[in-house]
Structure formats: structure tokens, C-alpha cells
Design a protein around this ligand. Sequence first.
Ligand code: FE
Ligand code: FE
Ligand code: ZN
Length: 302
Amino acid sequence: MREILGSHVSFSKEKQMLGSVLEALSYKSNTFMFYTGAPQNTTRMPINPELTLLAHNLMNKENINIENVVVHAPYIINLANDKNKDFNISFLKEELARVESLGVSKLVLHPGSHVGLGIDQGIQNIIDALNEVMLDDGKVIICLETMAGKGSEVGSCLEEIKRIIDGVSKKDKIGVCIDTCHLNDAGYEMAEFDKFLQEFDSIIGISNIKVVHVNDSKNDLGAHKDRHENIGYGFLGFDTLLKIVHHPKLKDVPKILETPYVGTGKDQYPPYLFEIEMLQSDKFNENLQTEIISYYKDGKNK
Ligand code: FE
Ligand code: FE
Ligand code: ZN
């Protein structure tokens, strides 16, 4: 069966979401995720309605359902610490408006790091900020991403995510993005995914999973590192990731790859066309790197 599967793609100044759709199609994706500008800063260009319309027309033609498309908020927004609070809140409000004007309904957000304030204060800060930015008439759902637990990150266990959701007043505007690399690094055994889903269901409720980030991990269970690896080449392995991608309980949830480019120096290429093919066809490619490099560098046919 063909799953709802895509990858992180770029969003350029010139082509905006139209470029993102074209890139996604080049990977044979039926969904995609992008930042509306550089992830590490909050400089954003105005959304061009003509390019948005062209992007929507192309998606219609190619059977990409806009409801499955995801925007990722810049990861330097930190709602858990109150430093730069006003800026973070006004930026997130603007980002929500931008996502809305693109017609996208899912915005993935890192809960943030409390940086010495303690977990309780961190969670309270996140709740207060979310309640301030969420609008009654918006359709965008903010999807809190499960984190690896680096430093003072909030949201590396399901109980913390649940506490945030409990504090948010507009329950129809909040959801969760589970990231398989982060969950592994946080100590959740992805090889026992059914057990994990049961736990998720009893703590948060499975219907709250709105996005899955499908990544292998460079590190072992509980490492708290957050370094993504190509599909089947890390500690999770191909079979575990395949099972997650095909899980019947997540069949309507978009799945997004955020795996690293392959190659070195200026010869670095996206792995997504090849990784998506592996996952859609249930067949591991043991020559992934070599085939990607020869496809993009030497223009070899696939
Ligand atoms: Fe993320
Ligand atoms: Fe992620
Ligand atoms: Zn990550």
C-alpha cells in the first residue's frame, strides 16, 4: 500500500511553496514539510499569493492533499524560557498567519528548553505562550514535537507533552508530532512500537498524533543526542522503521523524513527519492549512498 510519505524540502525566495511541491515530486513524495525561511533565524519573506495558487493547482493535479502538508516552525523559538518572550510570541503569531495563508493546517513546534528555570516553570511558560498565540478562527494545529532530551529540552517524555496539552485551552488547535529518532534517543524502544503506541494512547490519546517524523538514529536507546541517520543505517534499523511507516493505526498520518544528505563537501545530495522508494516498496537498499551519488552527480538513471 502507498503510504502518505514525504520529506523535508526547501522553500525558496523565488518559488516559495511551488518550489517545495516540485522538489517533493522529484522524490516521488505525496506530502512534504518545509520551513517558511531559514530554520535558525526568524527572518521571513511575505507569502506570494500567486505562487501559493500555482502550488495548490500543482498539488491538485498530482494528488498531494494539502491537509497532509506540514510546516516546521524555526527551532530557535523557545517558549519554555521567558527570555525574548514578546519576540517569540509575536513571531509565532506571524508564523501561524503565514501558515494559514499558505492553506497548510499543521505546524510542528519544538516545545523548547527551560534553560535552568526547571521543568515546571518551562511547561507553564509554554502553556501561557500557546494560549496567547492560538486564534479562535484559525485552522492551523500546532503539533508539539517529542524531543530527544538534550540539555534542558522540554517534551522528551509523553507525560510532559500531556501536561502541555492539558494546559492549552483550545484543544482542537493542539496535537503531537512523534519523531522516531528523538523517541529512541529519549529512551523509547521503537522496536516495540506497538507497546509505545499503547503507552501513547493511554497517556495522550493516539488521535493526537498528527505528524510522524521518520528518522533513523546515529545513537543508541536513551542517548539524549538527536543525530538523525539515513533509513536503515542507524540504531533503529530498516524493519523497525518499515513497521512504523506501515502501521495501520497511523495510516492517515503524514510521515516525513528528515534524514541527512549523503556525500561530502559540495557534493551532498538528498537521500529522499531513494529512501521513500525503500519504504514504499518494502525493500532495503544496501547501496544507498553509492546510488544516490551516482544518480545526482553523474546523472545516472534510476
Ligand atoms: Fe523538529
Ligand atoms: Fe523531527
Ligand atoms: Zn532531530
